[in-house]
Design a protein around this ligand. Structure first.
Ligand SMILES: [Zn+2]
Length: 103
């Protein structure tokens, strides 16, 4: 099993580059999603072909959809959380005794 990992960029200028690249990709995906749902296309499967991988990608936090944060990966759930949210999840789950691989 893959282990949990954190992708963290500390350099402020590199964060700007990362955030801009994420924004460009998310914007392009939004345009494609809009096109897929226009009346002449109305292709919901195309919408989900774009939306599904976007939701599980490092581009967006799975909990709050922010895209300008450092991210933590959960290999069991195959999703990314922004680091601050992950710490909140971790504390709550530790109190409840949830197995670590689930959060
Ligand atoms: Zn988040």
């Amino acid at each position: 099993m893959k282990s949990k990992r954190t992708i963290s960029i500390k350099d402020p200028q590199l964060r700007i580059v990362r955030n801009n690249l994420r924004s460009i990709i998310i914007s392009a995906a939004s345009v494609k999603k809009s096109e897929s749902l226009k009346a002449e296309n109305n292709d919901e499967s195309m919408f989900w072909e774009i939306e599904r991988p976007l939701r599980t990608s490092i581009l967006l936090c799975s909990a709050c959809f922010q895209s300008d944060k450092n991210m933590n990966y959960n290999p069991v759930r195959r999703i990314w959380y922004h680091t601050e949210w992950y710490e909140v999840l971790k504390k709550g789950n530790e109190k409840r005794g949830t197995p670590e691989e689930l959060y």
